[in-house]
Design a protein around this ligand. Structure first.
Ligand SMILES: [Zn+2]
Length: 466
């Protein structure tokens, strides 16, 4: 039953799934060569019991699930190392070696994850790496699990969707500095951990801070239905471009009845416009590819796993899980457009959208927690995410000398023609000097041209405008 805030906290199925198949929790701390800690999952040890007042109960619940770490058996011949970075590393056992899916962000965490796998499953050589998509948490650790020399010698295949390198470079090189800085804020890796600091980032606990690498793919997947057999492991691919990443794909292992959904079906509502500045995601396209995945693979799958969070087992559960995820993105898309066409603004829509019970009760309770920030992000303008509450709005900014005019009972569309607003604008404009300086507090001067000779009165007064 839903609790007081409408979320089914009594449903413990996710906790059972997140623990299922645990072989070894491993070491919570990963260091780089210099001995510096670049990952410390043990710092989240405070995540037990009821949520404290400072943390939304849904975020608390999600973080206690996501902070679980170790080597897990997903199904016969498929393993995952979870809780060793923001993302999961999956390992598929072939005839002679292993195929590694998404080697985390850093070489150090990827190497530690592989070592944990090998400790229990033997020193099997990596024969291929699959990158599900073009985000750094799915390729950055590649040189921690294979070497460029092995790839060059043909001993290791690097398999990725069409467009992988172009988009990886666009994000991590062209806009790399800005995006890395923004990712620092988005994932809070430098925050002190605790109920008043870093609690978790939803998809994973946070990002590791080690060495990021990239190896050019040797095999590019271009077509839905394309098949590939590597080391005796058969795979059928589904292209899903323009979803969570511009270059992304799902794939099915027919001999294991297992489906990998990359990052398009996780146990939350994924962000659609990231604070770090990644390309905006289209929920309509996303829903389309989830429908296609259900039609192509779900009925023949016993387990679905992804590169974040825990797997879902059982054909019926898989169809329900993927359907709810699909409905979530489709509903967001459709309702945003419906309200947009009725004349509501982004922030107004963010406050108005409510998930119908059919989606919200079945979906992970984290959905509602993420909704609060993510929907606003969905419809705000990229790069300048300014959220204006519906009830009242004003500007206070250290770089602007703004005059706020109280105007009540007027819709935003009428503001430019409301008498009180136009009077203020006219009065401000009337006091703008021809050289761009102002004589009235409340209007910032344009670049002034200094008058010849002594400074005139307008320049003196400009000082008061700040
Ligand atoms: Zn990811």
């Amino acid at each position: 039953m839903p609790d007081a805030i409408g979320l089914p906290f009594g449903d413990t199925a996710d906790f059972e799934a997140a623990d299922r198949g645990l072989i070894d929790a491993g070491d919570p701390v990963v260091r780089n060569e210099a001995g510096q800690v670049i990952w410390d999952n043990g710092s989240y040890g405070f995540l037990t019991g009821e949520a404290p007042d400072t943390v939304h109960p849904s975020l608390w619940r999600q973080s206690t699930l996501v902070a679980r770490q170790g080597l897990f058996e997903v199904t016969d011949g498929i393993y995952q190392v979870r809780g060793y970075d923001l993302s999961n590393m999956s390992v598929i056992e072939g005839d002679t070696g292993i195929i590694i899916i998404d080697p985390l962000i850093s070489t150090e965490t990827a190497a530690a994850a592989l070592a944990l796998y090998r400790k229990h499953r033997g020193d099997r050589p990596a024969v291929a790496v699959i990158h599900t998509h073009s985000h750094a948490d799915h390729f950055g650790g590649v040189k921690g699990v294979v070497s460029q020399a092995d790839v060059d010698a043909g001993r290791v295949q690097i398999i990725a969707p069409e467009g992988f390198v172009e988009h990886a470079i666009a994000e991590n090189v062209y806009a790399g500095t800005a995006m890395a800085r923004r990712a620092g804020y988005m994932y809070g890796a430098a925050l002190p951990r605790g109920p008043k600091g870093g609690v978790g980032a939803g998809l994973g606990q946070t990002t590791s801070t080690g060495t990021v690498t990239l190896i050019d793919p040797t095999v590019t997947i271009t077509t839905t239905g394309q098949e590939l057999t590597v080391d005796g492991v058969r795979m059928v691919f589904q292209m899903a471009p323009g979803t969570e990443a511009p270059a992304e794909m799902h794939f099915y292992f027919p001999d294991r009845r297992a489906l990998c959904m990359a990052e398009n079906a996780t146990h939350n509502l994924h962000n659609l416009l990231t604070l770090r500045g990644a390309l905006v995601r289209d929920p309509h396209v996303w829903a389309h590819y989830l429908t296609e995945a259900i039609e192509l693979f779900a009925g023949q799958s016993d387990v679905v796993f992804a590169s974040h969070h825990w797997p879902t087992w059982g054909t019926g559960n898989i169809i329900e899980f993927l359907s709810v995820q699909r409905d979530l993105y489709a509903y967001l898309h459709d309702q945003t457009l419906r309200l947009l066409n009725q004349g509501y603004t982004g922030p107004e829509i963010a406050e108005m959208i409510e998930l119908p019970p059919a989606i919200s009760v079945h979906a992970n309770p984290a959905v509602t927690a993420v909704m609060a920030s993510r929907i606003i992000v969905l419809i705000a303008v990229p790069w300048t995410v300014i959220i204006v509450p519906r009830a009242s709005a004003g500007i206070r900014h250290p770089d602007l000398d703004a005059t706020n005019v109280p105007v009540r009972g007027v819709g935003h569309m009428s503001l430019p023609i409301d008498g009180r607003v136009t009077r203020e604008i006219a009065s401000a404009l009337a006091q703008l000097e021809s050289d761009g300086t102002t004589v009235h507090r409340g209007v910032t001067h344009l670049e002034p041209t200094p008058p010849r000779g002594a400074a005139g009165p307008s320049r003196d007064r400009r000082a008061s405008a700040g």
